[in-house]
Design a protein around this ligand. Structure first.
Ligand SMILES: C=CC1=C(C)c2cc3[nH]c(cc4nc(cc5[nH]c(cc1n2)c(C)c5CCC(=O)O)C(CCC(=O)O)=C4C)c(C)c3C=C
Ligand SMILES: [Fe+2]
Length: 234
């Protein structure tokens, strides 16, 4: 069995050139985790971000000009990406490494789209289904076996509860929706994945890693920022 691994390195990002400085600062200040106006002034969030970014840009440009005309963050992260890829290749690990940034290119959302392409490697049958097995991540114990389509996997990720596709009813169903005995795939208290989904034994480690990363991304940028169209493909 060939195990594939995907690694997504997350960073914040910085302007590549001096003309990127103002739009970069806008992306930074429009982020609710940086500045959050009271609910009543919610509509002012974007104009305020625009104002601060325009006012601050000249001073920041001076600073970036003094260190070579742009942020070193992308270069440093790309170097880490290459070093990690080479180290893993030296260990004969089949790996795809990606970089995703929060405030500048390559944006995490775009990278998730690239990851989608990789996930197209899942062998969906002619009805768009695959056999999924939910396993305890530590013991390997099989908790449940069923069918999934892309939507079932998307729901599993967003709800963090194992969700399957019911062939007789042709609908998604979340294990535990009637019994309340859910299979939670992520233990928030321990901040770790507790159940992994596998597909006929291949892509095991890979998919597990992607789930972990997607959950981390959701934690970081809030699920509202992740387009459903991206997740549905997973
Ligand atoms: C009041 C101003 C600022 C707050 C608050 C702030 C919070 C904050 N910033 C980051 C991450 C980054 N900031 C970066 C650059 C940057 N940040 C500010 C201002 C505030 N940041 C400015 C004006 C700039 C531009 C550079 C400068 O003029 O000094 C960057 C990019 C670094 C790079 O390599 O280019 C990052 C990343 C966080 C996470 C944060 C609050 C939690
Ligand atoms: Fe900052």
């Amino acid at each position: 069995m060939e195990e594939k691994i995907g690694v997504l390195l997350l960073n914040l990002g910085g302007p590549k050139t001096l003309k990127d400085v103002q739009p970069f600062l806008y992306n930074l200040f429009v982020d609710l985790d940086i500045i959050r106006l009271p609910r009543l002034f919610k509509l002012l969030q974007r104009p305020l971000a625009k104002l601060i970014s325009v006012l601050r840009a000249p001073k920041s440009e001076e600073g970036y000009a003094a260190i070579g005309g742009g942020s070193p963050l992308r270069k440093i992260t790309d170097e880490q990406e290459n070093a990690l890829r080479m180290a893993l290749e030296a260990k004969n690990v089949n790996v795809s490494v990606y970089v995703g940034m929060r405030y500048w290119y390559p944006f995490t959302e775009e990278v998730i789209e690239q990851v989608d392409t990789l996930l197209d490697g899942i062998k969906w049958d002619d009805k768009g289904l695959a056999v999924a097995i939910a396993q305890n991540v530590d013991t390997g114990a099989i908790l449940m076996q069923g069918f999934v389509n892309r939507g079932a996997l998307a729901t599993t990720i967003t709800s963090r509860k194992a969700t399957f596709f019911s062939r007789p009813r042709a609908t998604l169903w979340t294990k535990g929706e009637t019994s309340n005995n859910f299979i939670n795939i992520y233990d928030k208290r321990r901040n770790k994945l507790c159940v992994q989904f596998s597909w006929r034994g291949f892509l095991l480690g890979h998919v597990r890693l992607l789930l972990v990363k997607l959950l981390e991304i959701q934690e970081q940028i809030g699920s509202s920022n992740i387009k459903m169209s991206n997740l549905v493909l997973i």
